[in-house]
Design a protein around this ligand. Sequence first.
Ligand SMILES: [Zn+2]
Length: 247
Amino acid sequence: MKDLKPAHNRLLRGAAGACAWQWLPGAGAPALVKANRRDLSREEHLFGVFASGVFASRAKAHAFLRRLADEHNLCHATLGLEKAPPSRGRGCFGYQVKRCLGPCASAETLADHAARVFAALESARLVRWPHAGPIAIPERDEATGREAWHVIDRWCYLGTCATRGDIAPLLADAPDIRPFDCDVYSLIAKHLASGQLEWIACDARPSLQLVVQDAPPAAHARSAVEPQTKRAAKRRAMATGQFALTF
Ligand SMILES: [Zn+2]
């Protein structure tokens, strides 16, 4: 029955139409990958992610690639955005008006063109989910000392709880299907990748055992908690090693 929760349905509806470009090594052109077919949080070589909204995600994805091609003098035909030119002698329309460097007319090698495409796409590369299972991101109010733990799995927001100890029951009650959420992704992915966000790993295991582990040291770039006393410092020193709490 928990799969019928309204919030979950909203997530599923929103995620179903999302898509991203994927360009696998050796492929001739990028291909659109849909979130309802493949898990975008685990796929490699993804660039840009487009949610469906007023405009269909597919239209947004094509507009993104066209704009990128125009900015970097890439070939629309080679990228699959328009039909291949009838003759390699003339090249694509962009080549004729000097907006394409001519992989379509053998004026540029396909390898050189592909290298330029990858360089142009790099800033849009999707951040992979950083852990095998869910993670929790703490938020602390310095004035009151109150905490909130935001629990997320594969770019799907599962809920927020007040204490670290509440993470296990929250996960136990979370829906099994966890669709990629573009809003969650755009909110936290870059901060996670750059180490700006503190996070802990939460591994839900069969038989409802939950293990909470500290994230790798690099993820603790800016810990919000500073030891206030020698005793706290000692506690913290003990906590920085690899350890697990089993519920
Ligand atoms: Zn061309």
